[in-house]
Design a protein around this ligand. Sequence first.
Ligand code: PEP
Ligand code: MG
Length: 536
Amino acid sequence: MKQYKGKGIEKGIAMGPVFFYEKKEQKQRRPAADSVAELLRFADAKNKARKQLKDLHDHAQRELGLESAAIFEAQQTMLDDEDFNAYVSGVINSEKLSVESAVAAAGEHFAGRFSRMEDPYLKARSTDVKDVSGLLLRILGGGQEEDGPKEPVILVAEELTPSETMRFDRSKLLGIVTYLGSADSHAAILARTMKLPAISGIEIDKKWNGLKAIVDGHSGMLTIDPDKTLTEEMEKQRLADEALEKEMQLLKDRETLTKGGRRIQICANIGGVEDVSEALENGAEGIGLFRSEFLYLKSDGFPSEEEQFAVYKDVLQRMEGKRVVIRTLDLGADKQAAYFRIGREENPAMGYRGIRICLDQPDIFRTQLRAILRASAFGNPVIMFPMIVSMEEFRQCKQHVEEIKAELKEAGIPYKEDVELGVVIETPAAALISGELAKEADYFSVGTNDLTQYTLAADRGNVKLDHVYDPHHPAVLSLIRMTVENGHAAGIPVGVCGELAADTELTRAFLEYGVDELSVIPAYILPLRNEVIHLD
Ligand code: PEP
Ligand code: MG
């Protein structure tokens, strides 16, 4: 028996034989004198790829739903991406190379570019680029596909792209182990949607092929050739997981009431409309944090008012009147968009970011506010402002909202007149002046990720500071408590939306402070509800 520690991507236990999946390498740097013929082959391959992606899209939609299918829609648009196409034709024309060589080079170039990005979402898109170029190369090479497993297996691979993940017959997959692939990669998202226990970060070995293995997605441990004791222990865990899953499902449509009868709202944090189904499937009572910057990070330029309006409207309608807290653009620091150059800063986390950018560049801000206010006619949004450190900033935000409302009224465009305005309490300054802010705001949500980093002067992304970055630190907790007290003194509700909201070790403390709402990623909603209903 041998054990390897990786990172759990999707919880659960899977046991079965290993199927070692190896991609057929298609590296070729072949010269081709007739560039026109190569360009025609490229166009033909793209047409075929489009058709295959459409089939994958329809298959994913039938099996897994709209959100998973959207991955393949996005891949279809990559086929038409101007930069990608220009790169391929450039290599064919100027280097007189074959279309295979050009596609391989373009794939490597753009995948490399994404993989160097800071933002985990964009970083993970590197696999999608590889997926699309791999598909084109397979088509150009005659379309041979790697054989999939014939019996239920644990799939072990260096890396899995979304189309590979989808191409395997779901009924033949028990679990997934990869070396590459972050929790944000699309393949990981698909594994999660398919509820397949998954681990990444394991140095895989071809010799495991056919051997019995256990994937423990809770601890991130892979065991090859497990002994009897471990197998029995893991089987017990698997059955316990199943029982818990059933129990959790019963909580899905229930209100969250403590034993003493106090109502707590458990809401979802989302990054886009594609997360709404997962939020609803997990019994979200509202959206407590819509990180709107993901709209900006996913697009090639600032999304227009119409584009944003369509997304906000869609989310609001799908939430059917439940509260949707839309946080205005929080770019900067760890969230950089390639088209929006902030420039080099000594200290980006304390630099030009969030509301500072919006108040400094009102055109960007007002486009977003107009889109949200127009969408407000279709549901119940709260507009929430990030990175506030002063009354002045919050008043300026309110002023912009009032001006836009007046513009809409004048133009006869409907909007919700009493749309609530909230503040993310994520700087010590905001917590310390929360008494003042509460008199003018309708809602607070504590952003514990940044509140911890600023209170403890410890970069939230620096792994060397893991021991310093302690959200349980009494200084952080007392700022949270102070915020709730000040909010309640002014009669406004207070939520917590940073990662700490999901930390069940603190749920009791949050309830004691009087926190009204906890907003977490969808997968944590039911376990958290289970925790709250067992507390006083
Ligand atoms: C936070 O800072 O806690 C928060 C919720 O926002 P983000 O993680 O997006 O900065
Ligand atoms: Mg924050």
